[in-house]
Design a protein around this ligand. Structure first.
Ligand code: ADP
Ligand code: MG
Ligand code: ZN
Length: 488
C-alpha cells in the first residue's frame, strides 16, 4: 500500500551553540547549574534592558553556512517572534525571519546503492532559546511549575532544509551529516539527549507521479536518531492508511511518544500561532563584509568529507575504515596523532577500530578518555614492526598497558616478552614437537597438511608465544616435508 505513495520530508534542526556566553548578554551558558543563577536583566526580559549581539555567535553561523554551501547575507535582520509562554519572559523570541544570515545551501548525502544525493538547505538563522519549565515537587511545595531562565537567551541556529528527502533513511543520513559537521566545526556539542541538537520532521506523502506536495504533518522535538526514524515511519503509515480509507491528511503538529512508538496531535493549523513577526527595533541590521567571511573561510577546520578523501587517497584506507574513523571527530584526531608518529596507517586504523574500540566499549569510555594515548599505542606498533614482539603478544602488551599505563618497551622488558628469533632455539622446540607427536607427523606426511596449524600451535605454546611465528612456520614445514625412509 505504501508503494503507491512517494514520501516527502523536510527537516528543521535547532543547533544549540557551545559559546561561553549567551547570544544577547554576557551570562554563562554552562548547563546544569542552580536555576536562575545565570541570568541578568537582558535574559530575564526586564523592561529597558537592551540586547547586544555576541560576535562569536555570528562567526559560528557563518562557519556553519560556509560548511553547508550557503550564501552568507551581506545584510541580515533580527525579528521578534511574538507568543506567550511562561518560559519566555519578554513575550517574544528574538529570531530572524526575513533576511536570515544564510540561504540557499546544500549537503550531499549517500543514499541507497552508494549514490550521492543533494539535499537543499533553504536557510539558516540565528535565534535565542527560551527558558525551561520544571514541573513537579520540591521540598516546600508539590504540583507546581517552576521557571528556570538559565537557558533563556542561549544561542541557537535553526537549519531549515528543502523538502528534498524521500525516505526516513535519507532523512537520517542528512541529519547525521549535519550533526557531524556542527561537531567538527566546534559550534555544537551534538548531544541529542540533552537537547543540543533538536529535530522537527515535516512529513507528507503524495501519489507517485503527482507534482504538488501533499499536506504535511510536523513531528516535534524527537531526541534520538532512532526515534526520528521510528516517528517518520509511523507517520508515513498513518498518512497512507488515512488516504487509503478515503480520508485526508490535515496539517498539524504531532508529538511522538518514544515509549509507545505512536504520535498524537498536539495542535492543528487553526490553532497554529500567528507570530506577528517584525524587525526588532533594539538591534541594528547585521552587516557582514566579504573580508570577514573570507577570514573565517580560511580558518575553517577540516571537514569530514575532506578527511574521508585524505584517508582513502593519501593513506590508502578502505572506504569502510575511513568512514568509521571520521564518524567521530575525536577518533579521527586520535588516528591522525598515531599516523603522525608511525607511518603505517593501515595498522593504526586496525588497532584503533579493533583492540582499542573494543576496550573502550567494554569500559563505556570515549576515546578522549582512553588511558592508552596515541604515543603509547604507537609504542606497541613499532615493536611489532621491528619484530620485537608478535601480533599476539602485542595484544597482551596492550592489555597490560591499558591497566598499568606503562609504556610498551617497559612492559616487554619486565615481562620478558621479546620474540625469540634465534633459529637454533626455535629449531630445538620444533624437533621436540615432531618427536613427541609421531602420529600427527605420519598423518601430515600422508597428506593432511592442515595439521601444520597443530604443530605451529604446539611450538608457540611451548615458547609461551614468544617464538617468531613466521620462522616457526617455515622451519616446521621444512622439517615435516622431509620424507621418511621408504615413502615415495
Ligand atoms: P513552518 O516554518 O511553518 O514550519 P516552512 O514553510 O518554513 O513552515 O517549512 C518548514 C519545513 O517543512 C521545511 O523544512 C520544508 O522543507 C518542509 N516542508 C514544507 N512543505 C512540506 C511538505 N508538503 N512535505 C514535507 N515537508 C514540507
Ligand atoms: Mg516548522
Ligand atoms: Zn543574561
Amino acid at each position: 500500500m505504501r508503494d503507491k505513495y512517494e514520501v516527502v520530508i523536510g527537516l528543521e534542526v535547532h543547533v544549540q551553540m557551545t559559546t561561553r556566553t549567551k547570544i544577547f548578554c554576557g551570562c554563562s551558558t554552562t548547563f546544569g547549574n542552580e536555576p536562575n543563577s545565570q541570568t541578568c536583566p537582558v535574559c530575564l526580559g526586564l523592561p529597558g534592558a537592551l540586547p547586544v549581539l555576541n560576535k562569536q555567535v555570528v562567526e559560528n553561523a557563518i562557519m556553519t553556512g560556509l560548511a553547508t554551501n550557503c550564501k552568507i547575507a551581506p545584510r541580515s535582520l533580527f525579528a521578534r517572534k511574538n507568543y506567550f509562554y511562561p518560559d519566555l519572559p519578554k513575550g517574544y523570541q528574538i529570531s530572524q525571519f526575513e533576511l536570515p544570515i544564510c540561504e540557499q545551501g546544500w549537503l550531499d548525502i549517500e543514499v541507497e546503492g552508494g549514490k550521492q544525493k543533494r539535499i537543499g538547505i533553504t536557510r539558516i538563522h540565528m535565534e535565542e532559546d527560551a527558558g525551561k519549565l520544571l514541573h513537579g515537587d520540591t521540598p516546600e511545595s508539590s504540583g507546581n511549575s517552576f521557571v528556570d531562565l538559565n537557558r533563556a537567551c542561549t544561542p541557537l541556529l535553526e537549519v531549515v532544509s528543502e523538502p528534498d528527502m524521500r525516505s526516513s533513511d535519507e532523512a537520517i543520513a542528512y541529519l547525521k551529516k549535519l550533526h557531524q559537521i556542527v561537531i567538527y566545526l566546534g559550534v555544537c556539542d551534538g548531544n541529542l539527549e540533552e537537547g543540543s541538537f533538536r529535530c522537527d520532521a515535516n512529513v507528507s506523502i503524495r501519489p507517485r507521479g503527482q507534482k504538488e506536495l501533499g499536506t504535511r504533518a510536523e513531528l516535534k522535538n524527537i531526541n534520538s536518531f532512532r526515534f526520528i526514524k521510528q516517528a517518520i515511519e509511523y507517520e508515513i503509515d498513518r498518512q497512507a492508511e488515512l488516504l487509503e480509507d478515503g480520508g485526508k491528511v490535515i496539517q498539524e503538529t504531532r508529538l511522538f511518544d518514544s515509549n509507545t512508538g505512536v504520535s498524537r496531535s498536539m495542535r492543528g493549523k487553526e490553532e497554529a500561532h500567528d507570530y506577528r513577526y517584525f524587525p526588532d527595533p533594539d538591534l541594528v541590521p547585521l552587516v557582514i563584509d566579504e573580508t570577514w567571511i573570507e577570514a573565517i573561510r580560511t580558518e575553517l577546520p577540516e571537514l569530514p568529507e575532506s578527511k574521508y578523501r585524505r584517508y582513502t587517497e593519501t593513506f590508502g584506507l578502505q572506504a569502510y575504515d575511513a568512514s568509521v574513523l571520521i564518524a567521530e571527530k575525536a577518533v579521527a584526531e586520535y588516528f591522525e596523532a598515531c599516523v603522525a608518529l608511525f607511518d603505517d596507517a593501515k595498522s593504526c586504523a586496525n588497532w584503533i577500530m579493533g583492540e582499542l574500540s573494543r576496550r573502550l566499549n567494554d569500559n563505556g569510555l570515549t576515546i578522549a578518555h582512553s588511558p592508552v594515548t596515541p604515543e603509547m599505542l604507537v609504542g606497541i606498533l613499532q615493536r611489532v614492526a621491528d619484530n620485537t614482539i608478535s601480533g599476539n603478544i602485542a595484544k597482551k602488551v596492550f592489555e597490560t598497558m591499558w591497566q598499568s599505563g606503562q609504556e610498551a618497551d617497559i612492559i616487554i622488558e619486565e615481562q620478558g616478552l621479546k620474540q625469540v628469533t634465534d633459529s637454533g632455539a626455535i629449531e630445538k622446540i620444533v624437533d621436540a614437537v615432531i618427536a613427541a607427536n609421531p602420529e600427527q607427523v605420519a598423518d601430515y606426511r600422508a597428506g593432511k597438511e592442515k595439521l601444520i596449524g597443530f604443530f605451529v600451535g604446539k611450538v608457540m605454546q611451548q615458547s609461551k608465544g614468544k617464538a617468531n611465528p613466521g620462522m616457526v612456520n617455515e622451519l616446521m614445514k621444512k622439517k615435516l616435508a622431509f620424507p621418511l625412509y621408504g615413502e615415495k
